[in-house]
Design a protein around this ligand. Structure first.
Ligand code: ADP
Ligand code: 5GP
Length: 188
C-alpha cells in the first residue's frame, strides 16, 4: 500500500497549481481524478482533470458505495473521490495525490490516518485569495459569490491539518511543497 498526499485549501488558494507542479516533478505520484457534477471548464479534459457526470449518475454511484468520500461542495455541485482511483494508482505502484476540499481532506485522513499527509494551502490574505479567484476568470459572478462565502469559512480550518503551506511567492511555495512531499515519502 502506498501513501496519500492530500492538498486542501479554499478555492483560489493555489491547490491546482501546486498539485500540477508536484505531478510533473515526481514520477512516483498519481493524481486521484475526482468525480464531479459541476460544468467542465474550457481547458479541462474529461477523465484527466475530473470525471464529469450528471447528478443522477453521481447519486447512483454514491448508493453503490463507489466513493471513499464525497461532498456537496456547492449547492447541487457534488465532488467525490472514487475508491477505484485509489486502487488504480496503488496498482501502478505510485503514491496518491488529492485535490479536495477541507472536509474531503479530513475524511481521507480519517480513513488512512498513518499513511496520509494532509497539507493546507494558505493564501497570504483573504483579499489576495479573492483577487486570484477573480483573475482566473473561470467563474461567473454567482459562482464567485458562492466561492468567496465558502472560502471565508474554510480559512478557519488550517489547524486541523498536518502542515500549512503559505502560498505567497509561488516559487517558494512550490519548493516547500516538494520538500514536504519528499520528507513524508522518505519516512517509514
Ligand atoms: P485552486 O485550485 O486552489 O482553486 P488555482 O491553482 O486555480 O487555485 O489558483 C488560483 C489562481 O491563482 C490561478 O489563476 C493561479 O494561476 C493563481 N496563483 C496560484 N498561486 C499563485 C501565487 N503564489 N501568486 C499569484 N497567483 C497565483
Ligand atoms: P473546483 O470546482 O474549483 O475544481 O473545485 C471546488 C472544490 O472542490 C475545491 O475545493 C476542490 O478541492 C474540491 N474537490 C475537488 N474534488 C473533490 C473530491 O473528490 N472530494 C472533495 N471532498 N472535494 C473535492
Amino acid at each position: 500500500m502506498g501513501k496519500l498526499i492530500v492538498i486542501t485549501a479554499p478555492s483560489g488558494a493555489g491547490k491546482t497549481t501546486i498539485v500540477r507542479h508536484l505531478i510533473k516533478t515526481f514520477y512516483f505520484l498519481g493524481f486521484s481524478i475526482s468525480a464531479t457534477t459541476r460544468e467542465k471548464r474550457k481547458h479541462e479534459v474529461d477523465g484527466k482533470d475530473y470525471h464529469f457526470m450528471t447528478v443522477e449518475d453521481f447519486k447512483k454511484m454514491r448508493r453503490r458505495r463507489k466513493f471513499l468520500e464525497w461532498e456537496e461542495v456547492y449547492e447541487n455541485q457534488f465532488y467525490g473521490t472514487l475508491r477505484s482511483e485509489v486502487e488504480r494508482i496503488w496498482k501502478e505502484g505510485k503514491h496518491i495525490i488529492f485535490d479536495v476540499d477541507v472536509k474531503g481532506a479530513k475524511d481521507i485522513k480519517k480513513a488512512y490516518p498513518n499513511e496520509t499527509l494532509a497539507i493546507f494551502v494558505k493564501p497570504p490574505s483573504v483579499e489576495e485569495l479573492f483577487a486570484r479567484l477573480r483573475n482566473r476568470k473561470t467563474e461567473d459572478e454567482a459562482s464567485l459569490k458562492k466561492r468567496f462565502a465558502r472560502s471565508k469559512r474554510e480559512l478557519k480550518y488550517e489547524k486541523k491539518f498536518d502542515k500549512v503551506l503559505v502560498n505567497d511567492d509561488l516559487k517558494i511555495a512550490l519548493k516547500e511543497a516538494e520538500e514536504m512531499v519528499i520528507n513524508f515519502i522518505k519516512e517509514k
